[in-house]
Design a protein around this ligand. Structure first.
Ligand code: URA
Length: 211
């Protein structure tokens, strides 16, 4: 695997993830936890944003202080619909980021992703892209999303999820070796229905209370 896969094993993330996994966790709590974890993931994913320095005055003294370089523009892309859960947290951290959406559904028999929606900002070519989807399961949706998004020519691409299955990670990293992956955990395996085990169930259903 050429990609750099970063498992963000911060104790706060791990604790919140365990709460999310529990079958008895309510939709409201699940949603809030995902938002909180996304803030923490976002903190790590943006660690290498570049800074410039500007002269400011504190109440006590002038100083040369760091601010984000203005040319560091971001676009967050949510893989619908569960990506919305990570997007909300990330946007709180990066309120000026632009947002794109890609809609893919898994054919329940073949597990192959089919695109039903695609919209990204017009200036994607000048932006670093962070793609979000909580579950990297078979990797088919993530691979298809990155295939499509690559055609828009962003400056760089990172992929952020909450849970990954080893099989999906291997698949993704083989097809898109240059895309860095961030995840809170790598679980044991994929079951025959494409669910991550032990996982947390269907992230979209748990997020939106549709089951
Ligand atoms: N998508 C989910 O929501 N959960 C899984 O376990 C796999 C894919």
């Amino acid at each position: 695997m050429q990609n750099q896969v970063t498992v963000i094993d911060h104790p706060l993330i791990q604790h919140k993830l365990t709460l999310m996994r529990k079958a008895e966790t309510s939709t409201t709590k699940f949603r809030n936890l995902l938002k909180e974890i996304s803030l923490l993931l976002g903190y790590e994913v943006t660690r290498n944003l570049s800074l410039k320095y500007e002269e400011i005055k504190t109440p006590l003294a002038p100083m040369n202080a760091p601010v984000l370089a203005p040319d560091k523009k971001l676009v967050l892309v949510s893989i619908m619909r569960a990506g919305q859960g990570i997007l909300d947290g990330m946007l709180e951290l990066m309120p000026s980021a632009r947002v794109g959406h890609i809609g893919l559904y898994r054919d329940p028999k073949t597990l192959i992703p089919i695109e039903y929606y695609f919209k990204v900002p017009h200036d994607v070519e000048q932006r670093d892209m962070i793609i979000v989807d909580p579950m990297l399961a078979t990797g088919n949706s993530a691979v298809a999303a990155v295939d499509r998004l690559k055609s828009t020519n962003p400056l760089s691409m990172k992929f952020v999820c909450l849970l990954a299955a080893p099989e999906g990670l291997q698949h993704f990293c083989t097809v898109h070796p240059e895309v860095q992956v961030y995840t809170a955990a790598i679980d044991e395996y994929l079951d025959e229905h494409g669910y991550i085990i032990p996982g947390l169930g269907d992230a979209g259903d748990r997020l939106f209370g549709t089951k």
